[in-house]
Ligand binder design. Sequence first.
Ligand SMILES: CC(C)(COP(=O)(O)OP(=O)(O)OC[C@H]1O[C@@H](n2cnc3c(N)ncnc32)[C@H](O)[C@@H]1OP(=O)(O)O)[C@@H](O)C(=O)NCCC(=O)NCCS
Length: 152
Amino acid sequence: MIEYKKARLKDIASMQILVRPEIENGVILPRSDDEIATNIRSYTLAFDDDRLIGYSALHIHAANLAEVRSLIVDGSYRGKGVGSGLVNALLAQARELEIAQVFTLTYRSEFFKNLGFEEISKEKLPAQKIWADCIKCKHFPVCNEIALIHNL
Ligand SMILES: CC(C)(COP(=O)(O)OP(=O)(O)OC[C@H]1O[C@@H](n2cnc3c(N)ncnc32)[C@H](O)[C@@H]1OP(=O)(O)O)[C@@H](O)C(=O)NCCC(=O)NCCS
């Protein structure tokens, strides 16, 4: 049975193993163990019994704006609703916090549109996203990612 749980610090090692192939593909930004630990409360993990099969983070940028980031599902579990389950869990957390908008930057725009996100121009993203994260990306500044936003 698939369960969604908040991350614990002891999950960091298996999170890093799960995400490694997509970091190598340039689809997800690398984050150090310390960066994940600092932000551990923002991560929600999907487990099949005790096996970590996916995770994502709801990163809060401002009182009215958060971001879904680092979304990953194990290759053998894709297409079964786990990614949607993770994003919906993060949207529920954002509603609980009364956050007005949640954005994401992704190559999988159709996946996010099916979950209620709408495409926006990248110029509308908060400057701290570009300077904190995008600048670390190997595709910066010529990036084909699409920005999407969900109004809650
Ligand atoms: C993007 C990603 C997280 C999606 O995870 P996933 O678990 O496959 O997502 P879901 O199963 O919820 O949805 C995938 C597709 O399966 C369909 N689907 C959802 N539930 C389903 C089910 N129960 N049975 C069959 N198909 C289903 C969805 O409609 C969706 O279709 P779409 O891709 O056309 O939107 C996963 O492909 C991944 O880890 N990719 C690599 C990393 C990446 O690209 N991350 C996003 C960067 S922001």
